[in-house]
Design a protein around this ligand. Structure first.
Ligand code: FPP
Length: 253
């Protein structure tokens, strides 16, 4: 049977987060330059965004460039930034056609001016879309995000607008880059590495983790469907017992 037909669309994760890994290895295996892998990775991005929008996922976060990625060779960083600008420019029409709204999380100010301009335009041009929310993590570091949140909260305490006893999980969440989004229920990492790599450390607290050996440029919609099916076969207990979950499935939403 078709993988897509096996998915229960009433039990989809609202938010899927993906660490797109393996572009370099995929290219190397083909005797090509790493940048070729990133170019091919964009084709996977397009396919996964469209498949997610089609199936009805509400939020998709893609880890496109980590704060640590600035340490890569300059030529690769420049190529990635150029690829990002060109891809965004080319894809706006398709995003609008598919009712996809673009958001950016990360250290926006550290991106080259041309990237900032292109991304600002794209987020504005897609702001009215009501389908899939596509969240690109760029120059993103989860530890930096958490540290910044703590700093903002400390300032509010210092100036008297927040009391220490009022700092709840919810308040903390509101100070993260992801304040407007629900936490991911499913995190996928391609390319066979079993790490979280400074990605959404706070938000992934209860996420199901799915690892596949497939390199990102080879990761296509059937791989997404496989991950969704695997997710649907798991029992999410949130610290409760299996019996509690089975007697009241509503308790864990
Ligand atoms: C990880 O592979 C991938 C990246 C650091 C960049 C991801 C970027 C893209 C897929 C293209 C641009 C994205 C958008 C949204 C337009 P790697 O280079 O770490 O691979 P390796 O681990 O095999 O070296």
């Amino acid at each position: 049977m078709d993988l897509l037909e096996s998915i229960d669309c009433s039990k989809l994760p609202k938010h899927v987060a993906i660490i797109m890994d393996g572009n370099g290895r995929w290219a190397k295996e083909r005797g090509e330059d790493r940048v070729y892998g990133h170019h091919e990775g964009v084709i996977s991005v397009r396919e996964i965004v469209n498949a997610s929008a089609e199936i009805g996922i509400q939020y998709l976060t893609l880890y496109a460039f980590s704060a640590e990625n600035w340490n890569r060779p300059k030529a690769e960083v420049d190529a990635l930034m150029e690829l990002l600008v060109n891809t965004i420019r080319k894809e706006i029409e398709e995003l609008n056609k598919n009712n996809v709204r673009l958001h950016i999380i990360g250290d926006f100010a550290s991106l080259p001016a041309i990237c900032q301009k292109e991304l600002n335009e794209a987020t504005e041009l897609t702001a009215g879309n009501t389908g899939l929310n596509l969240i690109l993590a760029l120059s993103y570091s989860s530890r930096q995000e958490i540290t910044e949140a703590a700093r903002k909260i400390a300032v509010s305490v210092l100036n008297g607008t927040l009391k220490p006893e009022d700092i709840t999980d919810e308040v903390f969440h509101k100070h993260l880059y992801t304040a407007d989004f629900p936490d991911p229920e499913l995190m996928i990492r391609s390319s066979g590495e079993y790490r979280i790599s400074n990605f959404l450390l706070y938000q992934l607290a209860y996420a199901e983790l799915y690892f596949t050996s497939v390199h990102w440029p080879a990761f296509r919609k059937n791989n997404l469907y496989e991950a969704l099916l695997n997710y649907q076969q798991r029992e999410r207990r949130f610290g409760k017992t299996s019996e509690q979950i089975q007697t009241n499935t509503n308790q864990h939403v």
